[in-house]
Design a protein around this ligand. Structure first.
Ligand SMILES: [Zn+2]
Length: 387
């Protein structure tokens, strides 16, 4: 789906972002083609393009003259026009990556830190960030985004159990991240950050309405609707891992029994005594029912299977879901399979976390995507000032 420009509703910052996104998605592209795609005048696009070029966010390349005057220049994102750091804290350790404006991981690092306390994790982050940004001396660092297991702010459910982080409740994470790094800081659940990474740099170019199933140490997911990650009233939509799947099943640290992620997660696979093949056979029916639930709830174009699991395990899971139950998704006119494996891999979560920071520059949908009330207010003021 292509967003259209407007001078009414969002004003200039919005137009700037849709022009940038259009360049990112369709580069190399001419001014006139951008104007046609986003519904702005060529003059408006040219003004924005000049500004973005002066600021170093885009590059303009001209073909050799062909005898009939100068050919129009082609525009593309300047990959080195800016960088952001993406951080992923898991129960196993801290991953970090320096990501450029094209969404490519240019440097990355990992530190083992099983069940790290916030103090320990922020100490590692405080060392990792300058180590990564130091690899691009003089580069413009736009900010830092951190992804970690959710849910956030639910007493008795947040940061409890093996798939979450103990001792992290009541920590002002965003402020701590900003203080530690000295950069604009952003925060998300890992499943939503990963869905954002997929949307911006992965299968989001093929699908606009899909369910992103995050198969990590735990199990999560997010519905992407019209290119936007649905967040719920408190930003916790997608805790699919705690959907009750098996009556009187295994006890879950959330307090219930038989939750999906007790069977369907890397943590569950690790606990399973019988090895991967036997685990796959056992969880096959549970997985198929989960897919059926997702399809009937959301009517997605497809379910994208991603997260931290190795791609070959995701392929095996997909194979284990060969014969899916009948649902609203069992359509004859399907253009794609009901389950598709991510093309982003593990990097999706780091690229998504970094994108939280670059989105202010790159993504026109950001304003509808991940704003806190505080930021929403700031964005509205910005829009008001621009109008
Ligand atoms: Zn549970």
């Amino acid at each position: 789906m292509t967003l259209r420009g407007t001078n009414q509703e969002f004003g200039r910052p919005f137009n700037r972002r849709i022009v940038l996104e259009s360049i990112r998605l369709h580069a190399p592209i001419k001014r006139a083609d951008i104007a046609r795609r986003v519904g702005l005048t060529v003059q408006t696009v040219s003004t924005i393009v000049r500004e973005l070029e002066e600021q170093g966010y885009i590059l303009s390349l001209r073909d050799e003259p062909n005898g009939r005057g100068l050919p129009p220049s082609q525009l593309r994102i300047n990959p080195d026009g800016g960088y952001a750091v993406g951080i992923h804290v898991t129960p196993l350790g801290v991953d970090a990556a320096l990501v450029n404006l094209s969404g490519e991981v240019v440097e990355s690092a990992h530190r083992d830190a099983p069940n790290a306390t916030p103090d320990h994790a922020f100490e590692l982050i405080g060392a990792l960030v300058p180590e990564l940004t130091g690899q691009r001396p003089g580069g413009r660092i736009l900010g830092v985004g951190m992804a970690l297991p959710g849910p956030f702010g639910v007493e008795s459910m947040s940061f409890v159990g093996p798939t979450t982080m103990a001792g992290w409740q009541d920590v002002a994470l965003r402020e701590r991240l900003a203080d530690t790094t000295g950069l604009p800081a952003f925060l998300e659940t890992d499943m939503a950050a990963s869905a954002l990474g997929e949307q911006l740099y992965g299968l989001g170019t093929r699908f606009s309405d899909y369910y992103y199933l995050y198969f990590g140490y735990g199990l999560g997911g997010a519905m992407v609707h019209d290119g936007t990650v649905l967040r719920g009233a408190w930003g916790n939509a997608g805790e699919i891992g705690h959907i009750p799947a098996i009556p009187d099943g295994e006890p879950c640290p959330c307090g219930n029994r038989g939750c999906l992620e007790r069977y369907l997660s890397l943590e569950a696979l690790g606990r399973h005594a019988g090895g991967e093949a036997e685990w796959l056979r056992q969880i096959g029916p549970i997985f198929r029912n989960a897919i059926a639930t997702i399809e009937n709830l959301f009517d997605p174009e497809t379910v994208v299977l991603g997260g931290l699991a190795p791609l070959d395990l995701l392929e095996k899971l997909t194979a284990a879901a060969q014969h899916l139950p009948n649902t609203v998704s069992a359509r004859k006119d399907r253009a794609s399979p009901r389950i598709v494996v991510t093309c982003g891999g593990h990097d999706s979560v780091l690229r998504g976390a970094a994108a939280l920071a670059v989105s202010g520059v790159l993504s026109p949908r950001f304003g509808q995507m991940f704003e806190t009330d505080e930021h929403r207010g700031a964005a509205l003021r910005e829009r008001g000032a621009a109008a």
